[in-house]
Design a protein around this ligand. Structure first.
Ligand code: UGA
Length: 474
């Protein structure tokens, strides 16, 4: 990756506040551009891990392709880590707020971490000696109107010459570094020209770009773009899961792949979302749509469509287990189930809102004897979630395995929950490790050679297709 800002004059000193999934990749890519980036976090263990430059230590916190290499490349030259925000701030002109904003039970957003970081920063900026204009930019997803809240916090602390802006991140996990280097769009919401100008200096490489849309607007519009974008993406997924997949499952002779090809060949219709699954997980979609529902409800607006989209997606996470009972006549009681894939999608160890979490609840509720879990990356996270028997004594029924083969041994049913590439060629391994009439439940349509399975006495139940019983008796 070539450095864009070779002249020291065009590089900025930038502080990134918060170094999680949003802050760390953002800081790394800003540093690649030649800016002097100080990434700050209140968690000393994180900062020590990042400062080591060691891939394994960095990936314990944020596991993204290319991230550790990017951090190691810039460390100590363009990229610095610190727990001391006050020491990092002098001379910086742009501050990115990359603070976690978890959901409350009612769908609203818990802004307590955000507020506390904003207040700390406001105190530091209020006491600054130079009169140079600085801008504080909200990067992580925050409710519409949070830039205004930030303005109040800064003014309340007595800050002068400090602008606010919204520059939402649109990263998909597993693609954070490439996505930051080559985004589809950069959205900047601000009120004043000097603040827009500072952000243009942050992103000179995206100005007048032929492909990348650089949109300047109001802070509230920028904040809304993030929520509406994520909600539309989840609507696409729920449309395909709730309509396309259901038609192909319930009506004879409708082929899911052909249906998808035929519909998405219309240039007005995107192919994104047409990949049917056992529901979309991750830390963003569910939380953002719930937050948007909450925000609209507060204004008295109807949220029927959004609620339906959310419900379809949640239902989808256990729908295949219900289908196994009703269509394949599979009683889960006292059976052993291999659960393949725990992360919410491939190439990440993140299990937040993962379909596998809901599947485990449903399987335990149906009285399974054992769940044999395997994921290429998420085993540590899974143990942390489930290994605590005080939480739910049924979790003792979950065992943790080093490979799909090992997890499948002795299984009565196999549930593929994540789209890891290694699950694609699974049919021969299933035949080698699980005995027929084992039921293969495919939440990701990974097994193209399923006729090989049904011919060998296995049942096959895919999302987006009818249940196929064994063609040969086991
Ligand atoms: C999502 C959005 O795609 C990003 O644009 C957004 O910036 C991000 O949330 C965020 O708000 O931070 P992410 O959650 O990382 O990104 O993952 P996606 O690739 O969008 O996948 C979400 C879920 O939908 C996964 O479980 C995935 O397997 C599933 N999915 C995706 C489908 O079931 N079908 C599809 O066609 C696409």
């Amino acid at each position: 990756m070539g450095r864009i800002l070779n002249e020291r004059t065009s590089a900025l000193k930038i502080v990134v506040v918060g170094t999680g999934f949003v802050g760390l990749p953002h800081a790394a890519v800003l540093a690649e551009q030649g800016h002097e980036v100080w990434a700050c976090d209140i968690d000393p263990a994180r900062i020590t891990a990042y400062q080591s430059g060691d891939a394994a230590q960095i990936e314990r916190y944020v596991n993204e392709p290319g991230l550790a290499a990017s951090v190691a490349e810039s460390l100590g030259r363009h990229l610095f880590f610190s727990t001391d925000l006050a020491a990092a701030a002098p001379g910086a002109e742009v501050f990115f707020m990359c603070i976690n904003t978890p959901p409350n039970r009612d769908g609203s957003t818990d802004l307590s971490y955000y507020r506390s970081a904003a207040e700390t920063l406001a105190g530091i900026l209020a006491g600054r000696a130079d009169g140079r204009r600085v801008v504080v930019v909200n990067k992580s997803t925050v409710p519409i109107g949070t830039a205004r809240l930030l303005e109040q916090i800064l003014e309340g602390a007595g800050c002068r010459g400090v602008g606010v802006a919204s520059n939402p991140e649109f990263l998909a996990q597993g693609n954070a570094i490439d996505g930051s280097r080559r985004p589809d769009r950069v959205v900047v919401g601000a009120d004043r020209e000097p603040d827009f100008e500072l952000l243009r200096r942050v992103y000179p490489q995206f100005q007048h770009h032929v492909r990348i849309r650089y949109l300047e607007t109001t802070p509230e519009t920028a904040e809304s773009i993030k929520y509406v974008g994520n909600t539309l993406l989840l609507t696409y997924i729920s449309f395909w899961n709730g309509v396309g997949a259901r038609i192909s499952e319930a009506l004879p002779n409708v082929r899911m792949e052909d249906l998808k090809l035929g519909v998405t060949a219309d240039s007005r219709i995107s192919t994104w979302g047409s990949y049917v699954s056992n529901g979309a997980g991750g830390s963003c979609f569910g939380k953002d749509i719930q937050s948007l529902i909450y925000q609209l409800n507060m204004t008295g607006q109807s949220t029927d469509l959004l609620q339906a989209v959310f419900n379809i997606n949640e239902y989808q996470k256990t729908y295949l287990i219900d289908r196994a009972v009703h269509e394949a006549g599979f009683g889960f009681n006292q059976t052993t189930v291999a659960l393949l894939g725990l992360a919410f999608k491939k190439r990440t160890n993140d299990m937040r809102d993962s379909a596998a979490l809901k599947a485990v609840e449903s399987l335990l509720g149906r009285g399974v004897r054992a769940i044999r879990a395997y994921d290429p990356l998420a085993m540590d996270e899974a143990r942390q979630r489930w290994f605590n028997p005080d939480q739910n004594h049924l979790f003792e029924r979950i065992s943790y395995h080093d490979s799909a083969e090992e997890a499948m041994e002795g299984a009565d049913a196999i549930f593929i929950s994540t789209d890891w590439e290694e699950f694609r060629g699974l049919a021969p391994l299933i035949r080698a490790y699980a005995k027929p009439p084992c039921l293969v439940i495919d939440g990701r349509r990974m097994i193209a050679d399923y006729p090989e399975l049904t011919a060998a006495g296995y049942g096959y139940l895919p999302v987006g297709g009818p249940y196929l019983p064994p063609t040969q008796p086991a």
